[in-house]
Design a protein around this ligand. Structure first.
Ligand SMILES: Nc1ncnc2c1ncn2[C@@H]1O[C@H](COP(=O)(O)OP(=O)(O)OP(=O)(O)O)[C@@H](O)[C@H]1O
Ligand SMILES: [Mg+2]
Length: 346
């Protein structure tokens, strides 16, 4: 590690001062409630981006905010940034999270977090499940149904949950997306779900406990945080418990969180190994969050990986996990940045 130079006293741990940009997609509607239009659900609140900026600043890293809009190429060039703290969700399609890393790649600007390939695979849930299963990680049975196509569900057991194959933040998912029969499934696919105009991931409903696992670091040394359990308070519309966009927005009413979750040694080991395996199978970098749900036998099954997890202070799961492990918000943000800077050898 470099010596801390006398000219740069505010930057700890020997990191060279780098011109830094936080690249993001901002919510432009009133946000933080169920009134937010679904299509901006994945975008960040200006307050979140402000908090990241402030946290970096506390560690001596001054940053500017660059929106990932249609002017991004010009704005990146004009900014002269040497590294991007990337939280941009991108716009449209299953490659949307890959858009900013791809642009930064061609501009030769290093960035925090995973590359375009890892982000694209993660966003296509079915593709990711196929990859994950090939590493022996347990995941629920599923089929993909393209709009207007018939697909046999032979071998898949009801109830099933219907999810847009490439959305996040609980978009298009609720307890009303659980079908107990072919007739109900057909009704769901023809109903509100069709507004997404994309493939449906029809997955066996896992009735057990739900967990989310945070990871920070790289390769074999990636730190796997203890799983955080999402405990439903029971006030759901049907008997199904789904961590939907509505539940996420109104979490205090619907769920409690427990980190570390109370788990048997076997379940903890399985989730820890699975998390690390998936992180490295996709070639993720610096940070990710992985969701699991137990089957009827109590075996944890992989649901999905989020290599760009939400970082809203006091709201998103990852900062809650970090806080439960004694890492405050500022330290978490700086840790993500520092992990990337070290990996990139800057
Ligand atoms: N197979 C399943 N069985 C039971 N519940 C499920 C299943 N798949 C998803 N769910 C429920 O739906 C929620 C959202 O699913 P998933 O994590 O795939 O979507 P997402 O929109 O990508 O989430 P995120 O907000 O984490 O990006 C899960 O947290 C879980 O509560
Ligand atoms: Mg999820």
């Amino acid at each position: 590690m470099e010596e801390i130079s006398e000219e740069e006293p505010s930057v700890p741990l020997g990191l060279r001062s780098l011109k830094t940009g936080i690249i993001c997609n901002l919510k432009h509607a009133a946000s933080g409630s169920a009134n937010v239009p679904d299509d901006e659900a994945e975008f960040d609140n200006p307050a979140t981006v402000g908090a990241i900026c402030k946290s970096l600043s506390k560690y001596g890293v001054e940053s500017e905010i660059i929106e990932a809009d249609s002017f991004i190429c010009d704005n990146i060039r004009k900014s002269g940034i040497e590294i991007a703290f990337n939280i941009a969700e991108g716009k449209g399609g299953r490659d949307r999270e890959a858009q900013v890393p791809a642009l930064l790649g061609i501009a030769g600007i290093p960035y925090t977090g995973s590359d375009a390939a890892a982000l694209s695979i993660a966003l296509d849930k079915a593709l990711c499940k196929r990859l994950v299963a090939s590493y022996g990680v347990r995941t629920a049975g599923y089929r993909v149904i393209s709009p207007g196509m018939e697909t046999s569900l032979a071998g898949i057991h009801y109830p099933v949950i219907v999810k847009p194959n490439a959305e996040g933040s609980g978009k298009g998912i609720s307890e009303c997306c659980v079908a107990e029969s072919e007739e109900e499934l057909s009704g769901i696919l023809k109903g509100e779900f069709s507004i997404y105009g994309e493939d449906a991931l029809v997955e066996e409903y896992l009735p057990g406990r739900e967990f989310t696992v945070g990871l920070l670091g790289n390769g074999e040394n990636v730190r796997v945080f203890p799983p955080m359990e999402i405990i439903y308070k029971g006030n759901t519309q049907r008997n199904y418990k789904v961590y939907s966009y509505k539940v996420k927005c109104g979490y205090a009413e619907y769920v409690d969180y427990k980190c570390p979750a109370e788990l048997s040694d076997d379940a903890l080991k399985e989730m820890t190994i699975a998390s690390k395996t998936v992180f490295n199978a996709l070639g993720c970098h610096d940070i990710s969050r992985m969701d699991f749900r137990m089957d009827a036998m109590g075996h944890p099954c992989f649901l999905e990986i989020n290599p760009l997890p939400g970082l809203a202070p006091g709201y998103s799961d990852f900062p809650m996990i970090a806080a439960a492990c004694g890492i405050d918000y500022d330290s978490l943000i700086y840790e993500i940045y520092k992990t990337a800077v070290m990996r990139l050898g800057l």
